[in-house]
Write a protein that binds this ligand. Structure first.
Ligand code: NAD
Length: 341
């Protein structure tokens, strides 16, 4: 059996990555769509062979509860809309995938998690890297320690935003924040899987060179995370510099992915001169298949809601540190959101 997924929000990520990924998926398929743009209904129905009864708009979306074709609702809207649509999906009795960043505040992450728990549905965040073989190879090196323990991790995530200063990503009311919310979450994620632990503190700095373009959101942020046993993590994120790299320094060697969080093919190497290499597959297909298997077979949920909430706690701590002049903000996360098999 394949589970039916309905995509909510048919923008560039749904159209460019998720719908194509679903064409190859083994455990789920594109069963329905939810869109606020009537012109997209016809286009998607024809392109993906979606019946009219599985097409919704933002107003009649809640009646998806009665549709047995839809098992999973995947929310792919601007960040400030995630909470509302994830909660409505849970109340409709559907399993939920929420795109990253999970929401625009920790309070909203809690509301999503509570709604899913109350409805008895499964929840996962759109962290495709958690299903990617390159990420998993780094996790393996951290866990099995062929180069000893990790001492230092550095992760960079950014691109140069050009053209439209009014896009939702640069509008705080819709995005909840700039580079950190959009790309910084990849650096937070890779700092954590690159050490296998949660940080115990964070300090951060903000940089700005184009305030006329980045009117409303952060342009560039650096942060330093302290992990248990004096392990140090470094984060760089920007909407005005290209960066896509993870470096993990072990006691007796290192591993690097560059690029590390784009759609692939990715590329990596270790200090013994070996290439890290896997056949290229759609990360989105792997991610959605993993979640479908979790629902049907009880296998691991690689990106549970607690992981998205934990990352939002770190995001809020980074913004707070910046506001307080780079002050070290202690974090009390325990093992929250760490997935061990
Ligand atoms: P997009 O701008 O291409 O699409 C956004 C969609 O939301 C559009 O269909 C638009 O019509 C709809 N929408 C509804 N209300 C809107 C409003 N008030 N303003 C703007 N758009 C509105 O964005 P996207 O790149 O598809 O991103 C959507 C979500 O997916 C975001 O949360 C983003 O962070 C996430 N995303 C994740 C990845 C990933 O690799 N996991 C990649 C890209 C985007």
């Amino acid at each position: 059996k394949k589970l039916g997924i309905a995509l909510v929000g048919l923008g560039s990520y749904s159209g460019g990555q998720l719908a194509p990924g679903l064409q190859d998926a083994e455990h789920c398929y594109l069963a329905g769509i939810v869109t606020g743009t009537p012109a997209k209904e016809k286009e998607w129905m024809a392109k993906y062979n979606i019946p009219k009864k599985n097409v919704y708009n933002y107003e009649n979306f809640d009646s998806i509860a009665k549709n047995p074709d839809i098992d999973i609702v995947y929310v792919v809207l601007p960040n400030s809309m995630h909470a509302e649509f994830c909660i409505r999906a849970a109340k409709a009795g559907k399993h939920v995938i929420c795109e990253k960043p999970m929401a625009v505040s920790v309070a909203e992450c809690d509301a999503i998690i509570n709604a899913c728990n109350e409805a008895g549905v499964k929840l996962s965040v759109g962290y495709r890297m958690q299903s990617d073989p390159y990420t998993n190879e780094i996790k393996r090196l951290v866990k099995e320690k062929p180069y000893g323990s990790v001492r230092y991790v550095s992760s960079d995530a950014g691109y140069i935003s050009r053209g439209n200063p009014d896009q939702w990503r640069l509008n705080h009311a819709l995005s909840g924040g700039g580079a950190l919310m959009n790309m910084g979450v990849y650096s937070i994620q890779s700092n954590i899987y690159g050490t296998g632990q949660n940080p115990v503190s964070v300090s951060a700095q903000e940089f700005s060179s184009k305030p006329e373009y980045f009117k409303d959101t952060d342009e560039t942020i650096t942060a330093q995370m302290e992990f248990p046993e004096g392990v140090v993590g470094n984060l760089f994120t920007s909407h005005n510099a290209n960066a896509n790299r993870l470096f993990v320094s072990f006691e007796k060697g290192w591993a690097e992915l560059n690029p590390c969080h784009s759609y692939g093919p990715l590329s990596g190497r270790t200090s013994n001169g070996k290439e890290i290499k896997f056949p290229h597959q759609s990360q989105q297909k792997l991610q959605m298949d993993d979640f479908a298997k979790h629902i049907m077979l009880g296998t691991t949920n690689y990106a549970p809601g607690e992981m998205g909430k934990r990352d939002m706690i770190i995001v809020e701590a980074i913004y707070r540190s910046i506001k307080e002049g780079g002050k070290r903000i202690p974090l009390d996360l325990g093992d929250m959101g760490i997935v061990r098999e």
